[in-house]
Write a protein that binds this ligand. Sequence first.
Ligand code: 6R9
Length: 635
Amino acid sequence: MSNYHIKHLEEYFQVYRKSVREPENFWEEIAEEHFLWRKKWDKVLTWDFTKPEVKWFEGAQLNITENCLDRHLTTRGDKTAILFEPNNPEEPAEAISYRQLYERVNQMANILKAQGIQKGDRVCIYLPMIPELAISLLACARIGAIHSVVFAGFSSTALSTRINDSDCKLVLTSDGSYRGDKTIDLKGIVDEALESCPGVQTVLVTKRTGSDIQMKKGRDLWLQPLLNEASTFCEAESMGAEDPLFILYTSGSTGMPKGMVHTIAGYMVYTAYTFKNAFQYREPDVYWCTADIGWITGHSYIVYGPLANGATTLLFEGVPHYPDFGRFWNIIEKHKVNQFYTAPTAIRALAKQGTEVLEQYDLSSLKVLGSVGEPINEEAWHWYNDNVGKGKSPIIDSWWQTETGGIMITPIPYVTPTKPTYATLPFPGIQPVLMDETGEELKGNQVEGRLCIKFPWPSIARTIWGNHKRYKDTYFSTFKNMYFTGDGALRDEVGYYRITGRVDDVIIVSGHNLGTAPIEDAINEHPAVAESAIVGYPHDIKGNALYGYVILKDFGATRDRDNLRKEINQIITEQIGPIAKLDKIQFTQGLPKTRSGKIMRRILRKIACKETNDLGDTSTLLNPDVVQEIINEAL
Ligand code: 6R9
């Protein structure tokens, strides 16, 4: 019997010990018993973090959609796979059964094939949170195409950069998208992006808003008529365990976003196993993750993890505040949601509304509450625990990353006692370590350092698309033989982990990772700007907000400063997207720099956080006077 479903703490410790002592046997048993393989593996694991290279289940053949769809048809054909809740609460929800989902995926797969998409080709998906989004991912996987989902809130520039980086041949999009009371012209954004994407031959357009859009002849096709004609059977491509399943871009501390590559078998095994345990999913539970499929959380815990377990997964198109701040609670009541997985930024925004709205709804179906994306502060944790969970639904504060593919450190609900703001214990198979700045491991408890993982797990990203060197430099070069997460963490007296936040130049705003470099590059494009530096500072709702220090080419010139601020944010919106806009912009004559010319962000961060009493060592500064000037003018 493999340890697929952990039910009490003693069992967790047993399973964990086994996963560390005999990792290969441990994962092999899980893979063997709970998944459908066309051919079994020759070798469970090959790894070398110095190259770096990781391979799981090498030699195996499978198709992930046979695991997520086909194998459920006999026992769960009529069970709801995806429960779609539209943006507008007046529009009826749609329950898509496993059989219907299977058929729709097969149809879409046939359309992609008819457009010439073959195994290994990259397909860009730029769609709102509608069923076609999940269907598109699975359709690519069915025929072995590699999907690259770009969050539909990104700008045309961000979209074209991602399309070109991985040479996508085809784009799937919609005429428009709904977001609360707004309609967004998605197709217009795609058209603009494609002006600089010569490699895209086809655009398939789903009708959602009925907006009047331009269809480019010879390139753009409406999906619906093609779907009506398409066969509901498409033979699943036989895929190698280590063939890529998808590329998903995440911000780095420098320049280009990183196209993280995940491969099929390990990702499937790990996301399915973590989904089952981290949410204690039992049929016929209704599970809801509020993330967008454009982020890793949506890939792993709206689509692949739940469907591999035959679960019912809710897909919500809208936003928490439309038509009012009761929407999440309304959906939980309406669909009797059992597991609810959301982000601290959403919890804080909802907590700000008080409890009156929430009390109008019956939330008694809830059994498990989840949090992901950034550290959850103590206040938000208690509000979530006391008011949403009424003190009886454990909160799983789950720490993980785009790069890790699945949940890494989390309480297992009803198994691990929770502790506010602590992600608690590693998942079976995960071996976290804390390192000090000199590269020594901090052993024992009550220590704080940089969080690394010292042994591979099945869903670790295998490379950065087209740039293995950057993959090595970013994750495997800071500490010898370790995967470095970029996060800081502490381990308390009982061995529980608390994630303290990023230790690099990535800032997490409303749960979105933003690299400082691309935002600064955007600001510097403004003709009046000479140089800029951005830092994060604490924000009630967003967790962090962005504070920009901007040097103008001609500081004395009489210009309307507010107008300038608007123009700068406009450029950021165009280049990256509205999520990267700055909350505060301070114009300054200089930035604190070291003698080697590096901006001392540490000081800027302290000023933005209004912690100017102790600025630490400023002796290496080239221009110490500028610090006082910046403090005097701080916003
Ligand atoms: C899944 C996801 C990854 C970064 C990660 C960390 C932060 C995520 C967290 C958390 C504290 C948690 N993060 N979960 N910090 N507690 N429970 O969010 O992936 O978008 O790649 O972000 O998010 O800083 O390094 P991704």
